[in-house]
Design a protein around this ligand. Structure first.
Ligand SMILES: CC(C)(COP(=O)(O)OP(=O)(O)OC[C@H]1O[C@@H](n2cnc3c(N)ncnc32)[C@H](O)[C@@H]1OP(=O)(O)O)[C@@H](O)C(=O)NCCC(=O)NCCS
Length: 229
């Protein structure tokens, strides 16, 4: 590789305080560890996202494809200041969220993908990706757009986000801002979790990101809802 040219193609990296992991007790009583991962986790995360690429239900395909590209771009040093948090129960991956810092004041929310349904896993992970920049990185506002009706209900309506003028980086629908003020007003209601994570739980999560096989991932995303129809 021509490292001189490569150095020009790689975006600069803003140092970020690490996100302190937390544990959330889900409605089933299961303990979900929420933690930050670095680039080395990307190949396994891509494997988890791949089965969503052909699930049109609830826009999993669109969100999965975009998340896949963003994670790969981060892995190959082509996206600036991205961060990624994951949820794990008993080591198994339950969801992925990512964002990127745009400036010392502003963070761009990218994607939220829940690999299990009906437990607000996506909502909890979204809350964590707001908590990180607003509470730990000194960011004033996170910019958010939605690609799915469930996403719109979860973010714009549940948080009461403020509409903003112009376009979001994702180039989709009108976008909204989550300011520090809105975040702290919603925090008790929407941001869950305890710290520190008990050492055995954290060790289990960090030891391995376990994945269900493709059929199981699919079943967990569409199965329960399909049966209810
Ligand atoms: C948006 C998303 C992250 C929300 O995750 P979540 O908070 O865990 O919520 P779920 O998707 O499990 O459930 C959302 C609603 O649909 C219902 N639901 C949908 N599919 C379900 C299923 N298979 N089993 C049980 N409930 C289901 C839930 O009961 C819930 O209802 P509620 O809003 O009244 O609580 C998740 O739906 C997702 O990953 N969607 C695809 C990608 C996406 O749209 N991302 C956001 C882009 S803006």
């Amino acid at each position: 590789m021509d490292m001189e040219l490569e150095a020009m193609l790689r975006p600069p990296e803003t140092p970020m305080e690490p996100y302190p992991p937390k544990v959330i007790t889900l409605a089933t009583g299961a303990k979900m560890v929420v933690r930050q991962v670095n680039r080395s986790a990307v190949p396994i995360l891509l494997k988890a996202v791949r089965p969503t690429l052909d699930i049109p239900r609830d826009y999993y395909d669109v969100v999965g494809a975009r998340l896949y590209a963003e994670l790969l771009g981060w892995y190959r040093y082509r996206v600036r200041d991205e961060f990624c948090l994951i949820g794990q129960v008993n080591g198994y991956l339950t969801g992925i969220v990512n964002s990127r810092l745009y400036s010392p004041r502003t963070c761009i929310s990218l994607h939220t993908l829940s690999l299990e349904r009906g437990l607000r896993i996506g909502a909890h992970l979204f809350a964590a990706k707001m908590e990180y920049p607003l509470e730990y990185l000194g960011i004033e506002e996170v910019l958010i757009t939605a690609e799915s009706p469930i996403g719109f209900r979860r973010w714009m309506i549940e948080y009461g986000l403020e509409p903003r003028e112009g376009q979001h980086e994702l180039g989709g629908a009108d976008y909204f801002g989550l300011t520090r003020e809105i975040y702290f007003k919603s925090k008790d209601r929407l941001v869950a979790g305890e710290r520190p994570v008990p050492p055995d739980l954290l060790e289990e999560a960090e030891a391995e990101i376990k994945l269900r096989d493709t059929g199981e991932i699919r079943e967990k995303i569409v199965g329960a809802k399909e049966e209810r129809r």
